[in-house]
Write a protein that binds this ligand. Structure first.
Ligand code: ATP
Ligand code: MG
Ligand code: FE
Length: 344
């Protein structure tokens, strides 16, 4: 079964084709970074308009890359939430229209389910059950995952997400937009420990997070009388170390609490090298394993949506008969259910 996946929840337009037999056949992406850079953040209306501009071309490209005609596609999966309402509407409308025109089913997919299942696209996929650490621009959550759609929330951030903390801290250090990856690159050149930042909630005894105070602590350092800008890399390294230490400690605590040995990391911050090295070392010591998406699939993409949709279609998930554009800008992941077959 060949599934066309469409992602448009924020500032990336992603289209991919996943074949339940042959795997990922095509994966095309357009990032709107340049479009939003001048504003220092995503402008929702500009994002929606650009998704409209890009999607038809990207669908053509993805089909060509897969060596397919549009009539060869068996089903469409699209991100229907959470995300920016206008941006979601574009992807949903295009996906539903494509499906209606071809007489094939269209399935709304949860964006975070896409992220969470993306490590299963790798050559050596994790087995259920596992603990998932979702670390993206909008979410920091620990989940116990028993199967597709069986997600229990173990803990989450009370304020900023990990990626958001990277981006906001990068912005106040003047690192440009989007700052997360740039801050991580700068951190590689510095030494952690020369500055001392807090490890928020490290000893809270639960699996929750809080990252907004860390950004404020950085602000206090750089606006203090002794601040020397030449020490920026050391400050970046200490910031990264603080985030990674907390993420790692809580992920280990979640494994201990659930009695599981497999950790899956997904979302943009999952691309962070220091996080990967720290988690790998910690799990190796405890006889467990960490699985990540390949780096290119950590941030938003169509492949994860095509894949999540394909998993649900393959499990016989029924699709509502009437075409309708379904989006849910706010949508808790733990509300999902395993694939539901049609009754009768
Ligand atoms: P959500 O999925 O919660 O809706 P999102 O789609 O915006 O949010 P992603 O695309 O998964 O988030 O990830 C983007 C985030 O990942 C950004 O905040 C970015 O700064 C962060 N990020 C990307 N690469 C790195 C890195 N190497 N180190 C730290 N953060 C990173
Ligand atoms: Mg993005
Ligand atoms: Fe995302």
């Amino acid at each position: 079964m060949k599934v066309l996946g469409i992602e448009s929840s924020c500032d990336e337009t992603g289209v991919a084709v996943y074949d339940t037999g042959a795997g990922l056949l095509a994966h095309c992406l357009h990032s709107q970074i340049d479009l939003h850079a001048a504003y220092g953040g995503v402008v929702p209306e500009l994002a929606s308009r650009d998704h409209i501009r890009r999607l038809p071309m990207l669908i053509k490209q993805a089909l060509a890359q897969a060596g397919l005609e549009s009539r060869d596609v068996d089903a469409v999966a699209y991100t229907s939430g959470p995300g920016l309402a206008g941006a979601l509407l574009v992807g949903a409308s295009v996906a539903e229209s494509f499906a209606l025109a071809r007489g094939i089913p269209a399935l709304p997919v949860h964006h975070l389910e896409g992220h969470l299942l993306s490590p299963l696209l790798s050559a050596d996929p994790p087995q259920f059950p596992f603990v998932a650490l979702l670390v993206s621009g909008g979410h920091t959550q620990l989940m116990r995952v028993r199967g597709v759609g069986d997600y229990a929330l173990l803990g989450e951030s009370a304020d900023d997400a990990a990626g958001e903390a990277f981006d906001k801290t990068a912005k106040l250090l003047g690192l440009g937009y989007p700052g997360g990856p740039q801050l991580a690159r700068l951190a590689e050149q510095g030494v952690a420990g020369r500055f001392r930042l807090p490890r928020p909630m490290l000893h809270s005894g639960d699996l929750d997070f809080s990252f907004s105070g860390l950004k404020t602590a950085v602000l206090n350092v750089v606006s203090g009388p002794d601040w020397d800008p030449s020490a920026m890399a050391d400050l970046a390294a200490e910031f990264q170390q603080a985030v990674v230490e907390v993420l790692c400690a809580k992920a280990l605590a979640a494994l201990k609490k659930t009695g599981l040995k497999t950790l899956v990391v997904a979302g943009g911050v999952g691309a962070n090298l220091h996080l990967r090295q720290t988690l790998d070392a910690a799990l190796q010591q405890r006889g467990g394993r960490v699985h990540y998406p390949e780096p290119a699939l950590c941030t938003d993409n169509g492949a994860m949506i095509a894949f999540a949709g394909a998993m649900r279609f393959a499990a016989g998930e029924a699709v509502p008969g009437e075409p309708s554009v379904r989006i849910r800008p706010r949508w808790p992941l733990a509300e999902l259910k395993p694939p539901q077959a049609a009754v009768g």
